[in-house]
Design a binder for this molecule. Structure first.
Ligand code: 1GP
Length: 228
């Protein structure tokens, strides 16, 4: 699950509060490798309901990309165990994990230790605000953080420009990080057009995540899918 790939694969991200059934129908006819589900501030208390609904409509594996430690459901296919390596807030490095440990264990979910690195996307992201951490700007620090993540045993590195970011992760940075780690690399945040997606894919990260834009324009997935 979420292993290294020869060519970039597409992941779509669904925020349960903005869940749109039509998007799953479209994903079923597109080249979507995984569906991530999660949200930084879910208000509607519909997390598990959303997972069940998606699972009833598709064979595409559903992975929880948790916005907080309550977002756990045995109905998903896997769960990213996020360590916010770009920040220095102990809650997001170990505190929340301790809090959720028993529930994660009881869920029997396949867990994927993930080094989550917030990269400056041109505006303060919701994640930054919630976690009270800063995004990294220095390429050297980002690369070193990714390497440290691998050394710590993470099975994935997720470079995140932030949902709705103004600037996506740059091609130069993706290439550098990719060169320096041997675990799979995910890129996300602000990818809202075919052109931006094309530029990301040209650097060949293992996975590319698209969220926000598909909430507003689900049909864009048909265009994006042609790139894979
Ligand atoms: C956010 O990387 C994901 O956590 C996706 O970002 O919503 O901007 O596509 P967007």
């Amino acid at each position: 699950m979420l292993t290294k790939t020869l060519h970039t694969k597409l992941i779509i991200l669904i925020d349960p509060d903005k869940y749109n059934l039509d998007l799953i129908d479209l994903a079923n006819v597109c080249k979507v490798s995984y569906i991530f589900v999660g949200g930084s501030s879910i208000k509607k208390n519909n997390f598990e309901k959303t997972i069940k609904s998606i699972k009833s409509k598709t064979q595409i594996p559903v992975i929880i990309f948790p916005g907080d430690e309550t977002q756990i459901s045995k109905f998903a296919d896997g769960l990213l165990i996020l360590s916010l390596l770009s920040g220095r807030n102990p809650d997001y490095l170990i505190g929340k994990h301790v809090h959720a440990a028993q529930r994660i264990k009881a869920s029997n979910l396949k867990t994927i230790p993930t080094g989550y690195i917030l990269v400056n996307g041109g505006k303060a992201s919701t994640t930054q605000k919630i976690t009270k951490t800063k995004a990294l700007s220095s390429s050297k620090e980002i690369i070193n953080t990714a390497i440290a993540g691998e050394l710590l045993g993470k099975q994935l590195i997720y470079l995140e420009a932030g949902s709705g970011a103004k600037k996506v992760v740059t091609s130069a940075l993706i290439k550098q990080v990719k060169k320096n780690i041997s675990i799979p690399l995910i890129i996300g945040g602000g990818i809202d057009s075919v052109t931006k997606a094309k530029n990301i894919i040209a650097t060949n990260p293992d996975y590319m995540v698209v969220g926000n834009v598909l909430e507003k324009t689900p049909h864009l997935i048909l265009e994006l899918s042609k790139l894979f």
